[in-house]
Write a protein that binds this ligand. Structure first.
Ligand SMILES: [Zn+2]
Length: 252
């Protein structure tokens, strides 16, 4: 279910935040969708060169969707790509051992939700940007955009849906916070998680910034590592990330 600020859907002593595009899916569906049905390919250059923000990128690409990009067509596009193997099993594993999972994405609900529904995971809370039709015209809505992130985001492109804000808002005070991701929009929350599972650009960035992480290539790897951690030393909060969360809670 897509949640907006003000809800607190996680209450376990261990919580896991999971990126969507490239982590739960084999490729970045958002990027492919906006290239196929809008002016994504043209505007990506301006985004990479820092001329426009991610928010502006979504505002312009969503407004420029071709008329054929109906909710049904977008859902069908997403289903053609689908989720990676083992997503359902991984979420069931987390539930079985008492880990609350949330999906955090800087993408759009219009393509995330159909895949989550198809996998029968509608009970999983999701924080992302929204695509809405106002008087028949598509427009992007940003419930998780935060001023603070626009100025201080460690990613070259400040988030539209800030995953750090979601992590800080949804993590119970004494919980152990786990994070799984692979991309640029995962830089912002990574410093605030006790254990980071990273691949792709996130892994490179963690290495560059001296941030501990556990590499993975499939969700099955994440499960296996979690099982090992649980057997050996348990999953407890780590000093530095916990301090960072507490400082952010007090200051923001
Ligand atoms: Zn952010």
């Amino acid at each position: 279910m897509v949640e907006v600020p003000g809800s607190y859907p996680l209450n376990s002593s261990i919580v896991l935040f999971c990126d969507f595009d490239g982590t739960l899916t084999p490729t970045d569906i958002g990027t492919a969708l906006l290239r196929s049905y809008s002016i994504g390919a043209e505007l990506e250059k301006a985004l990479i060169q820092g001329e426009i923000s991610v928010i502006e990128f979504y505002q312009r690409t969503c407004a420029a969707f071709v008329p054929e990009a109906t909710p049904d067509r977008i859902a069908a596009f997403a289903r053609q790509i689908g989720l990676r193997p083992y997503v359902r099993e991984f979420f069931a594993f987390c539930r079985r051992i008492g880990i609350d999972v949330a999906i955090v994405s800087d993408g759009l609900d219009a393509y995330i939700l159909p895949l989550i529904e198809e996998a029968d995971l509608t009970q999983v809370p999701i924080a992302c940007n929204l695509l809405r039709w106002e008087c028949g015209r598509p427009q992007a809505v940003f419930p998780w955009a935060f001023e603070n992130c626009q100025q201080n985001c460690p990613s070259p492109y400040p988030c539209a849906a800030c995953k750090r804000a979601v992590l800080l808002s949804w993590s119970p005070p004494d919980a152990t916070v786990l994070y799984v991701g692979d991309g640029l929009s995962d830089f912002c929350p990574a410093f605030y998680a006790d254990i980071v599972f990273a691949s792709g650009e996130l892994a490179l960035w963690c290495r560059e910034h001296g941030l501990n992480f556990l590499p993975y290539s499939s969700l099955f790897d994440v499960r296996r590592t979690l099982e090992q951690l649980l057997r050996h030393r348990g999953l407890s909060p780590r000093y530095l990330p916990q301090q960072r969360r507490q400082r952010a809670w007090v200051e923001e």
